[in-house]
Design a binder for this molecule. Structure first.
Ligand code: SF4
Length: 280
């Protein structure tokens, strides 16, 4: 019997996706997190325990065998992030995922109905994977996910209440928003100082102000921190960013999502589909 693997991230949507998948598939279902807990807000552990009680299943943690956390990755690799993405995503999320997954797994993600573009990109970049889009298929929105958690008596992770758009590691190196970094400096000064020093040592200008890349310690002290954080989703799969969002293209890729996985593998092997630079 093939496994149904839910890629859980301590976010509201993946928690609801896990709940639905466990209800739908029972013992076949495994809920997995690519583990960066030590680099995240400590409240994530409270949230995860609440979710485990709600779904009736423990979250399995998969970890890098090589690195202890994001600082270890930055310091040993002398790299943080750039056009090709963040090195910590690859080392701590993608590679552990490769080691964990099996060819006949069915994968479940917390992509809501608003995220049809993300689903399209994912399908384009990972044609060999069989996926179940249980939030999209049920037309479940982000707001509905929050309602479901509230109805279950589960408080959202603290990062959202602190004004962050994503529940990423503290001082996430995918972020270029000076608002994000200004908020990080105010709320997590030690993390900010460490990331600022690492980025100076490595020579990586993480933030961008008016189109110009700057070091974190060049962000003015009075820079506002109530602006958007930008698209800094981070997970164990390849989701290349693209601006090629026309309706026809999106529909075409969504149609491809309904092609059986064996057929998609065959097409992929035959070179009918391109994969991204970090395609799996
Ligand atoms: S959330 Fe940010 S810092 Fe953490 S692994 Fe992903 S890209 Fe790296």
């Amino acid at each position: 019997m093939n496994r149904v693997v839910v890629w859980y991230s301590d976010g509201a949507a993946s928690a609801v996706a896990a709940k639905l998948a466990v209800d739908d598939h029972g013992e076949r279902c495994i809920v997995v997190k690519a583990d960066t807990t030590d680099d995240e807000h400590p409240d994530n552990m409270r949230f995860r325990a609440d979710v485990e009680r709600w779904i009736g299943k423990d979250v399995e943690l998969v970890r890098s065998q090589k690195y202890t956390g994001i600082d270890d990755v930055f310091e040993r690799r002398r790299y943080m992030s750039g056009i090709a993405g963040a090195i910590c995503t690859t080392e701590l999320k993608k590679l552990p995922r490769y080691a964990f997954q099996r060819p006949n797994d069915v994968h479940v993600f917390g992509y809501t109905v608003e995220e049809h573009r993300r689903i399209s990109m994912f399908t384009e970049n990972n044609p060999e994977l069989a996926c179940e889009w249980n939030l999209f298929d049920r037309r479940i929105t982000k707001a509905r996910c929050l309602e479901m958690l509230m109805a279950a008596g589960i408080e959202l992770p603290a990062m959202y209440g602190l004004g962050f758009d994503h529940n990423n590691c503290l001082g996430c190196v995918k972020a270029t928003s000076p608002h994000y970094w200004s908020r990080t400096r105010r709320l997590f000064p030690e993390t900010f100082a460490r990331r600022a020093q690492q980025s100076r040592d490595i020579g990586c200008r993480l933030a961008r102000i008016k189109g110009v890349r700057v070091f974190l310690d060049e962000i003015p002290g009075d820079f506002g921190d109530d602006g958007p954080d930008g698209a800094i989703e981070c997970g164990p799969f390849c989701e290349m960013q693209t601006e090629l969002f026309d309706g026809e293209w999106v529909r075409g890729v969504l149609e491809q999502a309904s092609v059986p996985v064996e057929e998609r593998r065959r097409r992929s092997e035959a070179g009918h589909h391109k994969t991204g630079a970090e395609g799996v």
